[in-house]
Each structure stands twice: as structure tokens, then as C-alpha cells.
Design a protein. Structure first.
Length: 478
């Protein structure tokens, strides 16, 4: 009984220590100097504002990070083992059939029902649809209210239901939005101010990306570069502590293994650096076209047979993905395993071409269904595919080391395409460095990413999350 009482009193005690004994005029001045997201209207953040209740805020952010590590780690673990289990089931049904029927019928049925159910769950929380990053950004800009707690279980279960059967979606989108929900719920539990709850919602979201890809620096950069697009001491500290605790818990699950296993690369000479710059320009144009393909897929999903329930249309897409995966498993899924195979040089040129063509359409089609799932992981596979093909073409013209060059261009292609689509070059570079555990490619990554962002900007291509945010039905400010 005493333990229950202490746990019940903990939020109230923490809220008490957070209160500042300032005059009403001082509180009013601080309130007027902040917007809905907790950012100051002035260019420079005042020391008084930065330190106001900072210790308690960091403590809550650390606790939120622990929760993100547990939830994100569990989501990742279940996704890995669920995908393996489904793949084994497909192999068994391909050999033995199911209930006397051809195995492909069973796979199509399971995939269609699973994806349709994932889409049906969105009815209970529309903000759980798709990636969720666009909603986090809308909250940051004061155009939407933080997602309610029910988004977390819907995102968790819906993400598993849609991705385990092979939808070309990434785990980072659901993990980022679940992390954001955890942030705001922790702020509410411990009685933080409205501004600090908004700050936690967006800052803790970065720990979700860190957990999704075991990339803490990329997660922190994502918050500052893409979500907030503004650096303040308060936001930086909250983001870093949430990322640190989340990644520590996550690594207790999986250890500190890098996502992509590659060797070291020799320093690039000036000619090769120019080649990387040219490649980055090409990826910039490709990213603009990919964004338009994603938006086209969303428009087609909404406009084709508009009277048919979106759950039915999503089920149809899921069934088609199940059939595709039944006959050729490398064509479906998030793309991490295929990207690793490309980095190891395990695919022929013909396989790379077919894979690139299929994934160019499959990613946007799967995203259009509106089930929980992100676009980062499919983007990385597309970037690796194009990079490997580009390097292979160059190798027919210039006699250079095939294996090293192809792997390097595949990694650089990931960052360059990510930069063009999302328009977050620093996040893209850090993401690939941390996922590969390789720092020798930093100069080529920077050159290609800058070139990619420049071309995409000159082409007036809108960043994907800006486009998706403009499409969403935002709720009024709280």
C-alpha cells in the first residue's frame, strides 16, 4: 500500500519541483515569447527561458526515452521474428500447399486480411495513418494537436500487421510517432506546461528514429533539421537525453551491431569526388520524381473506386504484395535485407534493374494504402539499387575496383536519395555513417548529398513531408 501511495504521489511531487516562483508578469512575458511548440519568437533563446524548469524537463525526457527504448525495441523484435515466421510459412505452403489448396491462395488471403485489418484500425485514430512524421511536424508548427495515446497501440499493431506480410514500408515511421506519443504522455503524466509537452512530443520523436536504425546522432539531427528546423539549447538537451536513454535500452535488446556490414574504403581522389557530385545531381532529380510518384499513388488510391471502403482497397494491395512475395521474396518487404545483399555484391545487373523498377512503384503503392508504415527504409533500398547500377555502368567505361566502388556508391546513393526526398542532408549522412559504422565515406556522402539537395531545390521539388503535411486534415490548435 505504501508503494502504491508513493507511485501515485510521484507525478505531483515532480510537478511541484518544476514550478517556478516567478511573478505573474514574468510568466506572462515568457508565455508571450513562446509559440505552441515551445520555440521562442525571438532569434536568440534567453538564458531564463532555456533554464526554466530544465532539470525536471530533462528527467521526464530521460524517462520517456526509456519507454521509447522498450516500446521501439519490442516493436523491432516482433517485426523481425514475425517476418521470419511468415517467410517460413510461405516456404512451407509453397512446398506442401494448405488444406489441399495451392499455397499461393493461403498467402494472398493472409496478406489481404492482415493489411485490410491494419487499415481498418486507422478508423479509430486517423492520425496513425502512414508514416506519422508529417503529423509530428504539424504539431511542431502549431497546426495540429499531439496525437492521443490510442495512436500508440494502433501504430504498434497496425505496423506489424502491414509490414510482416511484406508491404514495402519502413519501421521508422511508426517508431517515430510512437515515440512522440510517449513524449507527450509523459509530459501530461508529470504535469508539464503546455509548451513543454509540445516540446517533448517533437523532441522525443528523434529517439524513435534512433531506435529504429540504431542511429542516435541521426535521430537527434532529424529533430533539429527536419522536425523543428530550429536549434535551441533547451530543445537540443531534451532531444539528446531522450535519444541517449532510448538507445541504451534498445541496445540492451539487440546489442550495438551495425545495420549494414561493409568494409573500409580508400580515400577518394578528385576525379572520383567529381563523379560523386555528378551522381548526387542525378539522385536529386530522381528524388523529386519519386516524391511525385508517392503523391500520385495517394491520389490514385483516393480517386479509383471512391465508393469502395479504403480497407477493401488496402486488402487488395496486401493480397497483391502477398502474391508477389510468394513467387519472389526479394521484391517485397522493408528492404533492409535486400540492401545488405546489394552492398555485398550478391545481385546481378539484371536483378538490380528488375528490383529497381519494381520497388519504384511498389513503395508508393504500399504507402498509398494508408496503413502504418514509413518511407525511410524503402528509400534506402532504392538509393542502394540506383547507386550500384550507376557504379556498374561506370565500371564498363573506366577500369576501377568493382567491389569497393559499387558498395561505396550504393551507400552514397542511400544518403543522396534520402536527402532529395526528405531534404535533410545532415540526417541522411549521419544515418548512413551510423548504419554502416564507416566514417571514411563522409566526404563523398557530403558532396553527393549537397548536390542532391541543390538539384532538388532548383527543380522546385517540395520535401515529401511538407507535401504530406499539406494533404493531412489537421485539427485546430489546442
Amino acid at each position: 500500500m505504501g508503494l502504491r501511495l508513493r507511485l501515485r504521489l510521484l507525478p505531483s511531487l515532480l510537478a511541484y519541483f518544476m514550478r517556478e516562483k516567478t511573478s505573474d508578469s514574468s510568466d506572462s512575458a515568457i508565455k508571450n515569447s513562446t509559440n505552441a511548440s515551445g520555440a521562442t519568437d525571438s532569434q536568440d533563446e534567453s538564458l531564463a527561458l532555456a533554464s526554466r524548469g530544465l532539470f525536471a524537463l530533462l528527467l521526464v525526457a530521460a524517462l520517456a526515452g526509456v519507454a521509447v527504448g522498450l516500446v521501439g525495441g519490442s516493436f523491432h523484435w516482433m517485426l523481425i521474428h514475425g517476418t521470419k515466421g511468415f517467410a517460413n510459412l510461405v516456404v512451407d505452403w509453397r512446398l506442401n500447399g494448405v488444406l489441399g489448396l495451392p499455397g499461393w491462395l493461403g498467402v494472398i488471403f493472409i496478406a489481404a486480411v492482415s493489411v485490410g485489418l491494419a487499415r481498418w484500425l486507422i478508423r479509430f485514430a486517423p492520425t496513425a495513418s502512414g508514416s506519422g512524421v508529417q503529423h509530428v511536424e504539424a504539431v511542431m508548427r502549431g497546426d495540429a494537436t499531439p496525437a492521443p495515446f490510442k495512436v500508440l497501440p494502433i501504430k504498434f499493431l497496425g505496423g506489424l500487421l502491414s509490414m510482416i506480410p511484406g508491404m514495402a514500408l519502413g519501421r521508422e515511421g511508426p517508431t517515430i510517432q510512437m515515440a512522440a506519443v510517449i513524449g507527450t504522455q509523459c509530459g501530461r503524466l508529470f504535469g508539464l506546461s503546455r509548451d513543454d509537452k509540445f516540446l517533448l512530443y517533437t523532441a522525443v520523436a528523434g529517439s524513435g528514429l534512433s531506435v529504429a536504425f540504431n542511429a542516435p546522432l541521426a535521430g537527434a539531427a532529424f529533430v533539429i533539421e527536419e522536425v523543428a528546423r530550429r536549434v535551441t539549447l533547451r530543445r537540443a538537451l531534451v532531444t539528446l537525453i531522450a535519444v541517449a536513454t532510448a538507445i541504451s535500452v534498445y541496445r540492451a535488446y539487440f546489442g550495438n551491431l551495425v545495420e549494414f556490414k561493409v568494409g573500409d574504403f580508400l580515400p577518394s581522389d578528385m576525379t572520383t569526388m567529381l563523379l560523386y557530385a555528378f551522381f548526387g545531381c542525378w539522385m536529386g532529380a530522381l528524388g523529386v520524381m519519386y516524391n511525385r510518384t508517392v503523391l500520385l499513388g495517394l491520389n490514385l488510391f483516393n480517386n479509383i473506386a471512391p465508393r469502395i471502403a479504403p480497407e477493401i482497397k488496402a486488402a487488395f494491395i496486401g493480397g497483391a504484395v502477398g502474391a508477389l512475395g510468394y513467387y519472389e521474396p526479394i521484391w517485397v518487404g522493408g528492404g533492409e535485407m535486400q540492401a545488405q545483399a546489394i552492398l555485398l555484391g550478391q545481385f546481378s545487373i539484371a536483378t538490380l534493374i528488375v528490383l529497381g523498377l519494381i520497388r519504384w512503384s511498389l513503395g508508393p503503392i504500399c504507402y498509398s494504402a494508408g496503413t502504418p508504415g514509413g518511407i525511410f527504409a524503402p528509400l534506402l533500398l532504392m538509393g542502394a539499387t540506383v547507386g550500384a547500377l550507376f557504379a556498374t555502368g561506370i565500371n564498363f567505361i573506366v577500369p576501377i575496383d568493382y567491389a569497393t566502388n559499387t558498395t561505396a556508391f550504393a551507400l552514397v546513393g542511400m544518403a543522396a536519395l534520402f536527402t532529395s526526398v526528405v531534404r535533410a542532408p545532415l540526417t541522411g549522412v549521419l544515418l548512413i555513417v551510423e548504419m554502416s559504422g564507416n566514417v571514411s565515406l563522409i566526404p563523398p556522402l557530403l558532396i553527393a548529398s549537397v548536390a542532391s539537395a541543390l538539384v532538388a531545390t532548383l527543380m522546385r521539388g517540395e520535401p515529401i513531408y511538407d507535401s504530406l503535411r499539406a494533404r493531412m486534415n489537421t485539427s485546430p490548435k489546442a
